[in-house]
Design a protein around this ligand. Structure first.
Ligand SMILES: Nc1ncnc2c1ncn2[C@@H]1O[C@H](COP(=O)(O)OP(=O)(O)O)[C@@H](O)[C@H]1O
Ligand SMILES: [Mg+2]
Length: 352
């Protein structure tokens, strides 16, 4: 069986106006327009199997939303091939829409002025959802997402958390095989985040729905996703699970030794260790090491005979911190990793 979502060399180039600041810049731009091409998505390869749940992460402007818009058929790729559930999304937008549900955290799919339930009814008509299935789904989703209290309120008057739950309901009423979630929990409180995560996880587990999720929230990733794809500057720089992500980008460990008394020849001791730091009172020695080059026991074994250790502790990198670095665009690879994994800056072409 071919993958449910399959992209080869998928690329989206945007033409962006280049303006110099101020009035002079605006005038100059009026007469001689300057543009440059921005490769928002730069030759990505992606294969997602039915039932997979993928976190699609990267710094702001990395190309996440652009990728999702191509997968949904909203945007036409500049080059490359893309098949979703057997269809080329932008060629068969209507048919593709029946296979997918989409939630954009930044933009609602609900009709603004009419009661929420009326938006759901419109979705029923648009997707030609059979009456009994519609009734069953709406009943279940209302219960699971707690929609009853604002079902008859216009979307313009409900809170962000209510809106997001209603959007999620609307995205799934027609039982799509694929669910795209672009920042679905942004700005929500813990309780709402929790109900959204539970709901999505249940879809994955019970219906085998395939999920692609962009989020800043580690909780979303841990609760929903098995696989993590990271895009930076339009290129995919990581594709694997959370453990592989840690192994690739957070190989460092630190052992802190608590000493009985300051050692005399600290400098000489440190010379024998990978990278060490001594606290100013001389009572703590910290050694940073690459866990693929040294075992913790090996470091401890080297330190113990030289100083009197009363306690020690190993610091593991926090996944939270790792995800934060992904979003700050600060991932750097440890030496010795394949250089092709490093993200390259896209070429900028300026033209008059
Ligand atoms: N319609 C557009 N026209 C021009 N540039 C765009 C357009 N949409 C997105 N971009 C640019 O493409 C890049 C990727 O944007 P986007 O996919 O929204 O990133 P992300 O969702 O990862 O934050 C950014 O540099 C953004 O400015
Ligand atoms: Mg985005």
């Amino acid at each position: 069986m071919p993958p449910l979502i399959e992209a080869h060399g998928l690329t989206k180039k945007f033409r962006q106006a280049v303006k110099e600041p101020g009035l002079a810049g605006a005038l100059k731009h009026f007469f001689v327009r300057q543009y440059r091409d921005k490769l928002a998505v730069d030759h990505i390869d992606l294969a997602i199997e039915p039932g997979e749940s993928v976190a699609y992460l990267g710094p702001n402007g990395a190309g996440k939303s652009t990728t999702i818009k191509m997968l949904t058929g909203i945007l036409v790729p500049s080059s490359g091939s893309l098949i979703v559930n057997g269809l080329v999304p932008y060629e068969k937008r209507q048919r593709n829409a029946r296979n997918i549900g989409v939630v954009f955290g930044q933009r609602t799919q609900l009709w603004w002025d009419i009661p929420v339930v009326e938006s759901f009814n419109l979705a029923r008509d648009m997707y030609e959802i059979p009456a009994d299935r519609y009734k069953k789904n709406l009943g279940e989703f209302t219960e699971m997402l707690g929609l009853a209290e604002f079902m008859n309120v216009p979307a313009a008057k409900i809170s962000l958390g209510q809106r997001m739950r209603a959007d999620l309901c609307m995205a799934l009423l027609h039982d799509p095989r694929i669910l795209y979630l672009d920042e679905p929990t942004i700005g929500l409180d813990i309780a709402v985040k929790d109900s959204i995560r539970k709901f999505v996880r249940a879809r994955v587990e019970e219906y085998g729905t395939t999920v692609m999720l962009t989020t800043h929230d580690l909780g979303d990733i841990e609760d929903i996703c098995r696989r993590i794809v990271i895009i930076d500057n339009g290129k995919i720089i990581h594709d694997g699970d959370l453990a592989t992500l840690k192994d690739t980008y957070a190989r460092d460990r630190v052992i802190h030794f608590q000493l009985a008394r300051p050692a005399e020849s600290m400098a000489a001791i440190c010379q024998k260790l990978p990278a060490c730091e001594v606290a100013s009172d001389g009572l703590r020695l910290s050694v940073r090491f690459d866990r693929f080059e040294h075992a913790a026991g090996e470091i401890a074994g080297a330190v113990m005979p030289l100083v009197e250790v009363i306690d020690f502790r190993i610091d593991e990198p926090e996944v939270e911190d790792l995800i934060r670095r992904v979003y700050l665009g600060q991932l750097s690879l440890a030496p010795g990793d394949e250089p092709e994994l490093r993200s390259a800056k896209p070429a900028v072409v300026a033209e008059a």
